[in-house]
Design a protein. Structure first.
Length: 92
C-alpha cells in the first residue's frame, strides 16, 4: 500500500472531506511523526503500536563479497512494535 492508497482510504472513510484535504491530512500526520522521531522521541499510538528509536553501537562486521573485516558504524535505528490489539486483528 502506498501513501496515495492511504489518502484514498481516508477520503473514502471520512465524509465531507475532499481528496485534497485528505492528502493534506495524511501528509501532516506523516510530517509530524518524522519531526517527533527526528527529535529523538518515541511515538506511541494506542491500539496500533509503538515507534521506538534505538541507538546501536559500532561493531565489527564482514564484507560478504570480499570477506574483509570492517567496522559497522554506530547509528540510530527505528523499530516498530505492534500493539496487542493490532496483533489480534492481524492474526484473526
Amino acid at each position: 500500500m502506498t501513501k496515495a492508497d492511504v489518502i484514498e482510504k481516508v477520503y473514502e472513510n471520512v465524509t465531507g472531506l475532499s481528496k485534497k484535504e485528505a492528502g493534506q491530512m495524511v501528509e501532516s500526520v506523516l510530517i509530524t511523526m518524522k519531526d517527533i522521531l527526528s527529535e529523538g522521541e518515541n511515538i506511541k499510538i494506542s491500539g496500533f503500536g509503538n515507534f521506538i528509536l534505538r541507538d546501536k553501537k559500532s561493531r565489527p562486521g564482514r564484507n560478504p563479497k570480499t570477506g574483509d573485516g570492517i567496522t559497522i558504524s554506530a547509528r540510530r535505528v527505528l523499530t516498530f512494535r505492534p500493539s496487542q490489539v493490532l496483533k489480534e486483528k492481524i492474526n484473526k
